[in-house]
Design a protein around this ligand. Structure first.
Ligand code: AMP
Length: 299
């Protein structure tokens, strides 16, 4: 099969209670493609400025990530600055510099248009809409979003939501989207709009996969040292969709396994700043943690 991911390739400035890192490589598309590359060869769509490190594009290629849909433009790369509290689930956006993404309306390469799975990672909902209009007949479309877009373009977010099969969002985003405090009621509102599945990411507590007649909970890997929570959600989506792309099936047992692989990939991403841990990660470590997850929940 083939998985197309549209998202940001970015610089992040991260403040945790213990450390601050300036302009390290991040972005929803970056985390998601790297995580998915452990299962399949994703095709990424995005734009970077001339300031983006060539070494990262080289890493993408080495990981089998197709970068034909990636543009390098003059101008600055997307930049996001965020701060975490002692509770790693508490995140505050300090600034978002859209930069080269401002006028980014890509024409998808021909091979991308045949994608069977499309992931509209966290990016401007108008861009998500644009990409969706260019793919021929995907079997599964998933999307993510963030408070920034829900606040600034709520109608556009709902328009995309109407056309996707799976929504990935954290509990705060789901409440913000639906104006509903109870997550089950909120999930039902979203399912009524179109998606078949809502994946509610609950940070260090795992995720709840919620469908019309399906519910599956997955824990997060117990981690003593959460260094940088950034990218956990995107890595979850990358593991989830990368696994589905690999097995080419979307039945309930596959969705359950995909959710566990999602949680496994997220658990690695947070062990170091930015993409550092995903860079050194080996496939055998992914499998070994998958087996540990099974032991964690079997009784
Ligand atoms: P996550 O921690 O998985 O929710 O995603 C964090 C990533 O999203 C960071 O690496 C940021 O560069 C990226 N990001 C932050 N804000 C936005 C935004 N408004 N649109 C697209 N990507 C963003």
């Amino acid at each position: 099969m083939s998985l197309v991911i549209v998202g940001t390739l970015a610089f992040d400035t991260i403040q945790t209670p213990w450390e601050r890192r300036r302009r390290i490589v991040g972005g929803s598309g970056t985390y998601c493609s790297l995580a998915a590359s452990f299962f399949t060869s994703p095709k990424v769509v995005g734009v970077v400025g001339k300031d983006f490190p060539a070494a990262v594009l080289k890493l993408f290629k080495a990981r089998g990530i197709d970068i034909e849909g990636l543009e390098v433009r003059s101008g600055k790369s997307f930049h996001w600055e965020g701060r975490y509290g002692y509770d790693p689930n508490q995140r505050e956006t300090i600034r978002t510099d859209i930069n080269v993404y401002e006028a980014f309306r890509p024409q998808l390469p021909a091979s991308y248009r045949e994608a069977e799975i499309v992931f509209l990672a966290n990016v401007d909902p108008d861009l998500q809409d644009d990409i969706l209009a260019q793919v021929r007949k995907p079997k599964l479309v998933a999307m993510d979003t963030m408070n920034h877009w829900i606040r600034s373009k709520p109608k556009a977010v709902w328009r995309v939501l109407d056309r996707v099969d799976v929504l990935f969002a954290n509990d705060e985003e789901i409440r913000m989207l639906t104006h509903e405090a109870n997550l089950i009621k909120a999930g039902k509102k979203i399912l009524a709009a179109g998606p078949h599945l809502v994946v509610t990411k609950k940070g260090e507590h795992g995720a709840l996969v919620f469908g019309r007649r399906f519910v599956f909970g997955v824990l997060a890997h117990p981690c003593e040292d959460v260094v940088d929570p950034t990218g956990a959600g995107d890595s979850f989506a990358g593991g989830f969709l990368g696994y589905l792309d690999k097995v080419q099936r979307f039945a309930h047992p596959d969705i359950r396994r995909a959710a566990v692989y999602g949680s496994v990939m997220a658990s690695f991403a947070i062990e170091d700043f930015g993409i550092e841990r995903l860079k050194t990660l080996r496939p055998a470590e992914v499998e070994s943690r998958f087996r540990r997850f099974r032991r964690l929940v079997s009784f």
